[in-house]
Structures are given as C-alpha cells and as structure tokens.
Design a protein around this ligand. Structure first.
Ligand code: GDP
Ligand code: MG
Length: 596
C-alpha cells in the first residue's frame, strides 16, 4: 500500500491534461508505441472529434523508481464547467492532483474552480507549468500567478511540455515524493466507494471504485450498501488500457467489478461496496446530488421509439450520473422526457451520445432554467422546469429565477466590452481584481437563464477568445417572467414555448418568428408564424406556399445531381416532426438559441 499513489489531473480546458497523461502512459510503458495516439484516454468518438474530455478516465500505471515498484492510478478529468461533477467524483478517489497551467495562457477560470475542489478534498497539489515549448510561454509571469494562487514555493512548480516530454520524469518523481500513499486498514471489512460506472454492450454494467479498507476478492458475495442489493463479484480487476482481471483488489487501489448487475438504477455513484460475510459498519460519505441547471424536453423523432429512448437514457445515465430525466408529454411531440442538464454543452453532448451510442434520433426542445412560482393562495410554491408548468398569471403572486456568481478572467483591453455584455444580460458587476497588469478577474451576479442563451459565444467573440468563464449558482431572485408562445398555422406549439424576461419578450418574439421562417421549409400551403403573450400576438411572419419541387431547377439534365438533391432532401427530413399540418425540422425547436 505504501507504494500506491492515486492522483488526478486537473486544469482549465485545453491546457494539456490529456496530452500530458499520454506522456505519463508512454514513459511508464502502460501503452505500447503501436497503441499510442494523441489523447489516448479520450476513447469516446465524440471526445476525439471535439478534442475535449467529457468523461473522467482512470488508468493504472506501473513505475519503478530506485528499484522500488510503484502502482500509480491516474484519473484524467474534463475541464469544462459543465463537467465539474466528473472532476469532483474523481477527486474523491485520489490523494493528490496535478494542477496543469498552460504557460502561454496563465491561470484561467476553471484552473481556479478545479483547484478549489481539490483543496476542499485535502489533495496534495503538484503545480505544473505546461506547454513550455510554445514561443508564447511566459514562465516567470505564470509561475508568479501559480505561487500567488496556491501559496507554494516557486521551486515546487514543474516546467513541462506534453508535446516534447520535458518535465515528465520530474513529475513522476514528484508524484512519488509529494503525494501521500493511501491510508486505510487492509484487515478491516471491505469498504469501497463507487465513483463511476459504464454500460458495456458486451460485458454489461461495469462499476469503478476505490478501495478504502479491506480487499475485494473474485467470487466474493458483495453488497451495495445504499441500494441493499447483493451480487457475486464475477470479475474484478484493475484498469489498464483494457480491463485487467485480478484475484483481489486491495486497500488503497482503484478497480472495477462486473457482477451481473441488471438494472442501471442499481449502481449509484457514491455508493459503498462491502462483503455480505463481513460487512463494514458504515457507508462512506457519498456525493451530493447533482443539481441540474438547465431543463429541456427530449423526444424520439419517431413516436414508436419512446420505450427504446427510455432504455437508452437509463444506460447513458449509468455513465453520466449528472443526467436526470422524467417522463413528460407534449401536445406537439407526444411522449418524451424532461431532462435536467448541468449546462448547454452537457445537453449537446447527451443528445449526441444518444445518437452515437444508442442510435436514437431525438428532438430537443427549448431549454430553460428552473423557476419558482409562488401562488397567491397559501403562497404555494410551484417548481417550473417546463414552460407548460407555468401557473396562470392571474393566480400567481410572483416568480423567482436562479442567479449565479460568474467569474470572467480576461485581458484588460476587453473589460469594457464584457461589462456591456454583462449589463445587457441583466447582470451586475460585483468585483474587479487585477491579477497582473493586463489580466483582470471580473465577478458578476447574473440570472442563470442569460447564460443559456448564447452567452459563451458572445463572450468569445467580443474577447477574441481571451476570456475564460466559470460560474456557480447562488440564490433565487424575483423576476418579471412571461411565457412566450409560438403559433404555427394558427395552432399553438407547446414545444416551441419559451420562458423569457418581459423586457426581452417583444424583440425575442420578432426574432424567433424570423428564424423559424428561415428554418421551416416551404410547404404546399402558406404558413403563418406568430409569437404571442397570452392572447396577444406580438409578432408575425409568413412562409409562402411551395410551388415547384426541388428537382425542377435541374432542368431535367443531370440525373446524378437530381438524385443527390433528393437524397439531401431525405436526409434533411430525418429530424422532421409533423406538428399539426406543418413539418418542422429539429433546428426549429432550438431556434430561440440561434438568434442573431
Ligand atoms: P485538455 O483539454 O487539458 O485535456 O488538453 P489536451 O491534452 O486535449 O490538449 C489541448 C491542445 O493543446 C491539443 O491541441 C494539444 O495538442 C495541445 N497541447 C497539449 N500539450 C501541449 C504542449 O505541451 N505543447 C504544445 N505546444 N501543445 C500542447
Ligand atoms: Mg482532456
């Protein structure tokens, strides 16, 4: 046990966590030259395509130093704010963290938030100044920033490069020297904490855990303390590039278990595994329940696929404990689920994973945050996660909306533009701190709903990419909220309704109608598009009726071109939904997010 080290790699997005993990895997020969590819731990297609880590990935490395054999359990984590729940769970399985900072970028918003998570969990922090090979690296300045932030000695900061391999040996030495070995009693009853799980189509449900006390042995009869369910430990082992079966996984180590678990809801991250024969007295303190920030409906494109969608979401939930959902129905879309997400990127990723991993084509509706409506009668509280849940305005006393504390780190040149954006987003600046001469941290109180509607993109554009953003929820405040309805062909479409602030309603109504006009293809008849607040129409556009079919403009000539056009039209149809007489494409349901 004294030769085990458990650590995670944390950083702001793109500062080089996954690439540095590659170098560690290579140096310790955990991965062969043949298997080596960039960001080897990002094994989901989606992660590789987008170049971001979505899931934490655990892997075990063997390492020899001064003739001592060490076992290093590394967990690579995502950097984006939407996935910080992944980070916090990984941190709970570790004694140390490599805090990576890009030497050309300096400390960014998620550097700070992830560092705080690590400090709260008493992890030993090893600061690393990465990307030293870049011409734009600013070692002295960024070292100062790190020293200021964590209060370490400058000599503790390790200069490194995931690209050239600089510093990798020093990092391995520091892991051994500075991160404490796990504690725990090998003789005590088994106590292991589940920190992640995944559904594997061939192997079934696989749970990942960290053994805190005792050992888990192949064939043990085990019990999950919180669910009370019992299983046989059919296969246990450690995580190499593939699963590596073992006879036992001992105190301090990280491992997996395959035990014929049938239902997704039987595995809860944060649950404790013990043995039936000699159970531990207490469950370990699990994780706080995640609080979804953004809600949207997810519906199958084909109404018959509802049950399959439920099955897929349950399986996906295994691998993403932050996804919550419950059944709902919509007049326009039929049966589906109201889902809670941690943010907009999370919502996008869930939709894509449903498609790729489960082959489900889905329609996502306009997202909104969770509001609190208080009724006049008895001050009854109604939680509004869906525009259709909004009580009759006549019966409502008032509504509250969630606020966040936002932090933006940027170059001082962009302070003015960012403050303007913040005010436009109904925010209020609460603090402004110069980190260095030309780097500023701005703090805002802002309604969460304003982050949902294109805040990131705007922030990126106005700062030319030089602004990082992080937030956490604070409180609820009164808000003048109304429901904006959309009528297609004079019929109200519930899936297109949005909850908006009154001050935005008219402009938004106008813009949504224009956008829908652009997105909904012309059909055989004229389609009026209207935006309404209650019975009052606030905007109107019209889609003219279709005259010719799409192939007409090919003048009969080129047959292959004709076929291509038809195929394109068919592909476009895939995500179409019939709403009354009107065919509506998926993009239209999210039109409100894509307004210019
Ligand atoms: P993560 O989001 O923190 O996991 O970052 P990645 O490891 O995915 O790296 C983000 C980008 O930075 C990729 O394009 C890498 O190739 C690049 N990168 C990572 N480490 C280095 C480095 O040390 N030097 C240089 N020049 N580029 C790096
Ligand atoms: Mg990564």
């Amino acid at each position: 046990m004294k030769n085990i080290r458990n650590f995670c790699i944390i950083a702001h997005i793109d500062h080089g966590k996954s690439t540095l993990a590659d170098r560690l895997l290579q140096t310790t020969n955990t991965i062969s030259e043949r298997e080596m590819k960039d960001q080897a731990l990002d094994d989901m297609d989606l992660e590789r395509e987008r170049g971001i880590t979505i899931k934490s990935h655990a892997i075990q490395m063997d390492y020899v130093q001064d003739d001592e054999q060490y076992v290093l359990n590394l967990i690579d984590t995502p950097g984006h704010v939407d996935f910080s729940y992944e980070v916090s769970r990984s941190i709970a399985a570790c004694e140390g963290a490599l805090l990576i900072v890009d030497a050309s970028q300096g400390i960014q918003a998620q550097t700070i938030s992830n560092l705080y998570l690590a400090i709260e969990n008493d992890l030993e922090i090893i600061p690393i100044l990465n990307k030293m090979d870049l011409p734009g690296a600013m070692p002295e300045e960024v070292t100062d920033q790190i020293v200021d932030l964590i209060g370490c000695d400058p000599s503790e900061v390790i200069p490194a490069s995931g690209k050239t391999g600089l510093g990798v040996d020093k990092i391995l030495e520091a892991i051994i020297a500075r991160i404490p070995a796990p504690e725990g009693d090998p003789e005590a009853p088994l106590q292991a904490m589940i920190f992640d799980s995944v559904f594997n189509p061939f192997r079934g449900i696989i749970a990942y855990y960290r053994v805190l006390n005792g050992a888990i042995k192949k064939g043990d009869r085990v019990k999950f303390v919180n669910t009370g369910k019992e299983y046989d430990a059919d296969e246990i082992g450690v995580l190499k590039m593939d699963l590596a079966p073992k006879k036992a996984v001992n105190t301090g180590d990280v491992g997996y278990i395959i035990s014929g678990i049938k239902k997704a809801n039987e595995v809860k991250v944060g649950d404790t595994i013990t043995t039936v024969e000699n159970p531990c007295l207490n469950a370990v303190k699990g994780f706080e329940d995640v609080k979804p920030m953004v809600f949207a409906g997810i519906y199958p494109v084909d109404t018959e696929d509802y049950e399959e969608l439920r099955y897929s979401m349950e399986k996906l939930q295994l691998n993403d404990a932050s996804l919550v959902f419950e059944p709902e129905s919509s007049a326009a879309l039929g049966f589906g689920f109201r889902c809670g997400f941690l943010g907009m990127l999370h919502m996008e990723i869930i939709q894509e994973r449903l498609e790729r991993e489960f082959d489900m084509t889905v329609i996502t509706t306009v997202p909104n945050v969770s509001y609190k409506a208080y009724l006049k009668k008895d001050e009854e509280l109604v939680i509004v996660n869906n525009p259709s849940d909004l009580p009759d305005p006549a019966k409502m006393d008032y509504i509250e909306e969630p606020y966040i504390k936002a932090s933006v780190i940027t170059k001082s040149d962009y302070v003015g533009a960012i403050m303007t954006l913040c005010i436009e987003k109904r925010g209020e600046m609460t603090n402004q701190v110069y980190l260095t001469q030309d780097r500023v941290e701005l703090s805002f109180d802002m309604p969460m709903s304003e982050v949902v509607f294109d805040f990131y993109d705007r922030l990126k554009t106005i700062s030319k990419g030089y602004a990082s953003f992080d937030y956490y929820p604070t409180d609820y405040r009164r808000s003048d909220l109304i429901k904006l309805d959309i009528l297609l062909n004079s019929e109200q479409v519930d899936a297109l309704s949005a909850l908006v602030h009154r001050s935005n309603a008219f402009t938004l109504g106008k813009k949504i109608c224009l956008k829908l006009k652009e997105l909904i293809p012309r059909q055989q008849f004229e389609i009026p598009i209207q935006a309404a607040i209650g019975a009052k129409i606030v905007a109107r556009e019209t889609i003219k009726a279709l005259r010719k079919d799409v192939t007409a403009k090919c003048y009969g000539g080129d047959i292959s071109r004709k076929r291509k056009l038809l195929e394109k039209q068919k592909a476009g149809k895939k995500r179409m939904r019939q709403v009354g007489r009107v065919e509506v494409p998926q993009e239209a349901f999210l039109a409100v997010l894509k307004l210019d």
